[in-house]
Design a protein. Structure first.
Ligand SMILES: [Zn+2]
Length: 480
């Protein structure tokens, strides 16, 4: 993601949000006994236990859940912008990674009317943003959970730096950007980038409204009784925060990039004047990054400009979204670089966010360099000259949970990459980026893995370089 203007400091609403998650992580004692006593002890080699209420990210203890891995989400949802009412069924296919007497999903708000596991009614309860489902599963069991729910979505509001995120009702529909943990504001999920899954969307909206999700349409939209249904599929693994259900009145242009990648561009009527530019630039820049970083990882690319005044853009998979402004080439280059860095390769823990933002910011510098505007060295020099103590005081290699999107994660993260490039040379740096992308395609990554690859590529230890740029609270010497 990238903010439009200004510097980045504390993200206090985010802290409040994660703290309230944390508060709800105490094991919930079932209000009612688990459903129809099944002979779990008899058929389980070891006793079934509760899946943990968080996935194990120390920065966001309530985010995600333990005990299972999601493989696929099918979201059949209807949204009525007039009533601000969202309802439907989420079907979640998963595999147990331990014997499970119960497991949790993340869900904020809504009334849950029914939960089934493998077709049978399951007992459930709610506490904070946790939905607990009582079950009887063996380690390695594949299972399917359905959750029927409805209500008015409640986005996360009031963050000084992130503004509002999650499922945000707008005048004509919805603006949906969920980084870092807003997926729970619209569907029950394992809401953490460590658990990626493929997605199907069956989205129903009033006739005249367009519903945009990730991936590609699998059939033409169908209108019946004043309602139109859009079927979208993202066939590559996706982090929950990258899923979207953006709805409203949109002008749409589709076609192929010059390199042959399908492009879907959509603009709110207020931004109709930028539709062609969005279409053309998104295609052109996706083609360019395909040469620099390796083949585009997904089946289509594109972008959406909505009139919700978010003041930021988010790299929603295959369809970055720009909230209330006309995107320039630089921010399009940033969001599309995330399709490789963040989306295909996703972080395992939020502390490694520089692997997304440092890379996407460096991509902005590369875009300017590749187009003869200014070299990355110029950008580095300028960033170094403009840096305040705050930047040197915030080592970006361990993002702070109370200040996740600090400018250092972006700028000093990009400077770290430039320092690496200067140290090992272009002949090694660019092939290394392609190898990083190829080796971890559709997977999860850590800073340690990146440092290992850099040292392998360099044929020497680079501990001092990474310590100086990523981990120390002092100003490193200038490079280049
Ligand atoms: Zn970004």
């Amino acid at each position: 993601m990238r903010r439009l203007i200004g510097t980045v400091s504390g993200v206090f609403a985010l802290v409040a949000c994660s703290a309230s998650n944390g508060a709800s992580t105490a094991p919930s004692s079932p209000a009612a006994p688990p459903s129809a006593s099944s002979p779990s002890v008899a058929r389980s080699a070891s006793a079934a236990t509760a899946g943990t209420t968080g996935i194990g990210d120390p920065y966001f203890p309530g985010d995600g859940n333990g005990g299972y891995d999601v493989t696929h989400y099918s979201l059949a949802l209807a949204y009525d912008p007039g009533r601000k009412h969202l309802g439907g069924t989420a079907t979640v296919e998963a595999k147990a990674v331990q014997n499970l007497s119960q497991f949790n999903m993340d869900l904020h708000g809504f009334t849950v009317s029914k939960v089934t596991v493998d077709g049978a009614d399951a007992q459930f309860d709610r506490k904070g943003d946790e939905l607990t489902v009582y079950t009887d599963l063996d380690d390695q069991d594949d299972f399917k959970v359905t959750v029927a729910y409805a209500g008015t979505p409640e986005p996360v509001r009031g963050s000084a730096n992130l503004g509002t995120y999650g499922f945000v009702p707008t005048a004509d529909g919805s603006f949906v950007t969920s980084e870092p943990n807003g997926a729970k504001t619209w569907f029950p999920s394992n809401d953490h980038p460590a658990d990626k899954a493929t997605f199907d969307f069956r989205l129903t909206v009033p006739e005249g409204v367009t519903a945009i999700a990730n991936g590609e349409l699998t059939a033409p939209p169908k209108t019946e009784g004043g309602q139109t249904t859009f079927l979208w599929r993202e066939s590559h693994p996706m982090a929950t925060y990258l899923a979207t259900m953006t709805t409203g009145k949109f002008s749409v242009r589709t076609g192929d990039s010059p390199g042959g990648i399908p492009v879907y561009a959509a603009t709110d009527p207020r931004y109709d004047g930028v539709l062609d530019n969005l279409f053309t630039e998104s295609g052109k820049i996706t083609d360019h990054w395909s040469k620099v970083f390796g083949p585009y990882p997904f089946k289509s690319t594109g972008g959406v400009v909505d009139d919700f005044d978010a003041g930021y853009a988010l790299e929603n998979q295959t369809k970055p979204i720009y909230g209330g402004f006309e995107p320039d080439q630089s921010i399009i280059a940033h969001e599309l670089a995330h399709q490789w860095f963040g989306n295909s390769l996703s972080i395992t823990r939020w502390k490694d966010l520089w692997l997304n933002e440092g890379f996407a910011t460096y991509a902005e510098w590369l875009w300017a360099e590749d187009n003869g505007q200014a070299t990355a060295q110029n950008a580095f020099d300028q960033a170094y000259a403009n840096a305040t103590d705050a930047l040197w005081d915030y080592p970006p290699g361990e993002t702070r949970p109370d200040d996740l999107f600090n400018a250092s994660v972006y700028i000093r993260g990009a400077m770290a990459l430039h320092a690496l490039r200067v140290a090992i040379g272009d002949d090694k740096f660019f092939p290394m980026l392609k190898k990083w992308v190829a080796d971890h395609k559709y997977g999860n990554v850590t800073t340690e893995e990146f440092i290992e690859l850099a040292e392998q590529t360099a044929g020497r230890q680079l501990g001092d370089l990474f310590d100086a740029w990523l981990f120390e609270r002092t100003r490193p010497p200038k490079v280049g």
